[in-house]
Design a protein around this ligand. Structure first.
Ligand SMILES: [Mg+2]
Length: 171
């Protein structure tokens, strides 16, 4: 059976995600994509807004964790200045490092979530691992290739929208 990467939640940006929502869902570990999720590709340091958002998560007992496919030292720099842990070269959508991480932290898949801008890496990885998946709109789509990729993900974003409509009707 193929895994269909339809996100559990879609938001405009990380800032729409409130710690209370995650607590309600029983989430203890929040894996965060870096590029185009926490900030643009070339951002070197976290903004004050991002720091505050991260602090809000920590205060609510949620561990924010950078889980990035990036190479180089950006993930480390971001993690350090936010005083959180990170994994780079994560190899999403492969799940090997994700399962190893949950085991190391003794956190169950039901208590883990991933937030990211890419359906075929972040969301697919989360679905395969059986954790909660939250998609956002990429921060920067000025690069035409990224825009094409975003368009290619539309069926899954649309499927989410359809499901949400159906659920609304049921209520
Ligand atoms: Mg990304």
């Amino acid at each position: 059976m193929p895994t269909f990467p339809i996100p559990d939640i879609i938001l405009k940006s990380i800032y729409e995600l409130k710690p209370e929502k995650l607590t309600e869902m029983g989430i203890k570990l929040l894996l965060m994509d870096l590029d185009n999720t926490l900030d643009k590709y070339h951002a070197q340091y976290p903004t004050v807004r991002l720091r505050n958002w991260i602090d809000g998560m920590k205060k609510s007992g949620i561990e924010p964790f950078i889980y990035s496919n990036s190479h180089g030292d950006r993930a480390e720099r971001f993690a350090r200045s936010l005083s959180i842990e990170y994994i780079n070269k994560a190899g999403k959508p492969r799940t090997k490092k994700l399962f190893a991480l949950m085991k190391k932290k003794s956190v169950a898949p039901e208590s883990t979530a991933i937030i990211g801008d890419q359906i075929y890496t972040d969301i697919l990885c989360g679905k395969r691992a059986g954790i909660k998946t939250i998609a956002i709109r990429p921060i920067d789509m000025s690069n035409p290739w990224r825009y094409v990729r975003y368009r290619a993900e539309m069926p899954f974003r649309y499927a989410y929208w359809l499901r949400t409509k159906k659920e609304e009707k049921k209520d």
